[in-house]
Write a protein that binds this ligand. Sequence first.
Ligand code: MG
Length: 383
Amino acid sequence: MSRPIAIIVAAGQGKRTGGETPKQFRALLGRRVIDWSLAAFKAHPSEPLLIIVVPRGTLADHQDFSALCDHLVEGGQTRSESVAAGLEVVDVAANTPVMIHDAARPGLSGRMITRLLAALEEADAAAPALMVSDALKDVSGKRLVTLDRSPLRRIQTPQVFRYADICAAIGDGARDYVDDLEAVEAAGRTVKLVSGEARLGKITYEEDFEVIASLMMGGQTVPRIGSGYDVHQFGEGDHVTLCGVRIPHTHGLVGHSDADIGWHALTDAILGALALGDIGDHFPPSDPQWEGADSGVFLTHAAKLADEAGYIIANVDITLICEAPKIKPHREAMRIKTAELLGLERSKVSVKATTTEKLGFEGRQEGMAGQAVAVLAPAPKLD
Ligand code: MG
């Protein structure tokens, strides 16, 4: 089989989603919507020749695509004109497969491309199709009329053709078709439908962005990560409290609460992952009720907020920075205390320590610092 051609049609103005930037150029899961299909075609072993059709009058704005495809083309006034403009830039053998794809369908996968190219071996054209699961009603008359949905299919893209067939069917694009399949149907060509995929749905309305993103992630939501940092000064005292563990020392840590830098940093990490401010917002140092407080109260509060937001704490990593006291003998006790408080397995809790080679305030033993990272994963859905 000759090297296929992929035409990504990105020429729509995308008015229905309401945004100013057309939907195919908006961000989705860290890339532009169009970049996802572009990446799927680029990664496919058939190494398709890539043609991108951008909206009329925007060629200069989209020069960055030149490096990402073989031909960057300006679209026409209608979809068919845009497809015709894409077909026009190549002159290849009549039986060359041509895949025409909507840029607004970012859920394209390599296996779908493979399935469609294989289907083209058995017919003049191929496309992904889905059954209709909702009831269908004709609302044009005075009364609703229920339609038989069993013979109906929802057709997605890429739609795949042979070069000569699609060129002849589309022509100069003077007649605008709903999709490219309609053009070859009119010419009496055979079409093979393969199983479509929900994730290949078209982004049409604003709410589609989230639905398609979730389907592309396999229903998983992205984890949230937060970091925290805390410092307290040494002062009078005979112990420090670190990650809930009381450790005898020549000095204490000065602070409004028990000055537990480990749990303060961790509390901030969890709040940070939730983008819910910092420990001072939730427990103002000016409030006398937190004087000498057990920092477990702060950490428990942050964990409760995570739970309310629909997240579980997946793992945490705490680093304590000081010259003295020695942390290592107490490290396991700190892991156990932290794991118990958060209801985590001990394997999900890390406590580490480092010195600063006698540099800085920690090195001069004026105080201690704590750092923490927390990863929050979406809680399993129970409903
Ligand atoms: Mg603190």
